[in-house]
Design a protein around this ligand. Structure first.
Ligand SMILES: [Ca+2]
Ligand SMILES: [Ca+2]
Length: 146
């Protein structure tokens, strides 16, 4: 498990740093676009979500989540991303939704630094929070990134 410590300001400055943010989002999008057609299909996004979250640790070893519940969850996440509801998620939609998610997280965090366990991810955004924390750390460290 990975833990990041950050507050809303850290997240906002990451989202507000358009170069860093878009680079991060674009790289993620390209990695998710397995067939390289420039959009994310339902199955590509699902695969991404399976990578990011919904691992056994999310639910605990004793809990088995019915697969139809997981499918319903994937569908609702996909529909959230697919803003124009044309059945695919393009880069603009992906950027827009990730930005919304991160700003919502920033609002939730406020100004008090908190520890966040990455496995608690509810929306695919926490790996980006890791990058936000790294960006902040790199500024503090004078440009050095780990
Ligand atoms: Ca694709
Ligand atoms: Ca779309």
């Amino acid at each position: 498990m990975s833990v990041v410590i950050l507050d809303g300001t850290t997240v906002r400055s990451f989202v507000g740093d358009e170069t860093a943010f878009n680079k991060s989002i674009d790289g993620r999008f390209a990695a998710l676009d397995l067939n390289g057609d420039g959009v994310l299909s339902r199955s590509e996004l699902r695969r991404a979500l399976e990578t990011f979250r919904l691992t056994e640790t999310d639910f605990g070893l004793d809990t088995v989540t019915p697969s139809d519940q997981i499918s319903a969850l994937y569908d609702s996440i996909f529909e959230q991303f697919d803003i124009d509801q044309n059945g695919t998620v393009d880069l603009a939609e992906f950027r827009s939704e990730m930005k919304k998610i991160l700003l919502a997280i920033a609002d939730g965090l406020g100004t008090s630094p908190v520890q966040i366990a990455l496995e608690a991810d509810e929306d695919g955004g926490l790996s980006l929070l890791q990058e936000a924390a790294d960006l902040e750390a790199s500024k503090i460290a004078g440009g050095q990134r780990n």
